[in-house]
Write a protein that binds this ligand. Structure first.
Ligand SMILES: Nc1ncnc2c1ncn2[C@@H]1O[C@H](COP(=O)(O)OP(=O)(O)OP(=O)(O)O)[C@@H](O)[C@H]1O
Ligand SMILES: [Mg+2]
Length: 230
């Protein structure tokens, strides 16, 4: 990786605590370059999802401590962070966060449908791209089903397809393969890496499955980055 590649994520003295709770994160420095594929690991409760939530603007970091794609996330209002996320970040949430009253097709299509920047980056028609991603992930026969009727592993694949569509500059995936069998895991990783390579996206991927780490450019241990709780 060339060192003058711009930074996608630049965190300095990034700290965070939930209301009235102890510090969860205190990270002196974390930098991820554009186009890097980074594997993040650490024990349950070590703060991985919290860090992803800060980077994606779901949680609010202190101003001046976290820049993502050149934006000072802590300086943005909650609405501006939501809009920034919708335009630039594909997020596979650990708990999926699917829209319960929409079917599979509309869940996958929603981020692109409501965001013009992601729509512009589509290479084909939206319905074709939805069908293609669903087919890669083996959920094409479920497109008209309500997501509340799916198995957990099927829901996880809907969440994965939704995050990839419209080639966001940054893809954040929080244990996206935890409910998938080996074949589905392979299919998902193939699709993810192909999309990331085609679009030049940055990938930040959390997993407890350390066997996946060698498919990434770099691995980071959260406890090694984090001074909170030491
Ligand atoms: N909404 C919340 N309110 C208060 N505390 C929280 C909240 N979410 C997480 N925490 C606390 O923050 C710490 C880090 O949690 P986090 O979910 O970031 O861990 P994690 O590394 O993602 O764990 P896992 O591997 O189990 O998903 C934990 O001590 C947890 O109890
Ligand atoms: Mg987590």
């Amino acid at each position: 990786m060339v060192t003058d590649t711009p930074l996608c994520i630049d965190a300095r003295d990034l700290s965070f605590a939930y209301a009235k709770g102890p510090p969860v994160l205190d990270i002196p420095e974390l930098t991820i370059r554009s186009g890097e594929r980074v594997f993040l690991y650490g024990p349950s409760g070590s703060g991985k999802t919290t860090l992803l939530g800060l980077i994606a603007g779901v949680l609010n970091p202190p101003p001046g401590t976290l820049s993502v794609l050149g934006h000072d996330i802590g300086a943005l209002s909650s609405a501006a962070r939501d809009s920034f996320r919708a335009s630039h970040i594909g997020y596979v949430f650990q708990m999926f966060n699917l829209i319960p009253y929409l079917n599979v097709r509309d869940n996958i299509a929603l981020p692109v449908r409501i965001n013009s920047e992601r729509k512009k980056r589509l290479t084909g028609r939206l319905d074709e791209e939805v069908a293609s991603a669903a087919s890669h992930l083996g959920i094409e026969q479920l497109l008209d089903e309500k997501v509340t009727r799916l198995s957990v592993g099927q829901q996880q694949r809907v969440a994965a397809a939704r995050a990839i569509l419209g080639s966001p500059e940054l893809i954040i995936a929080d244990e996206p393969t935890s409910s998938l069998d080996a074949n589905r895991r392979h299919a998902f990783l193939d699709l993810l890496f192909a999309n990331v390579a085609d679009a030049g996206s940055t990938l930040l991927f959390v997993s407890h499955d350390l066997g996946l780490a060698d498919q990434f450019d770099r691995s980071l241990s959260l406890p090694e980055l984090n001074r909170a709780g030491e």
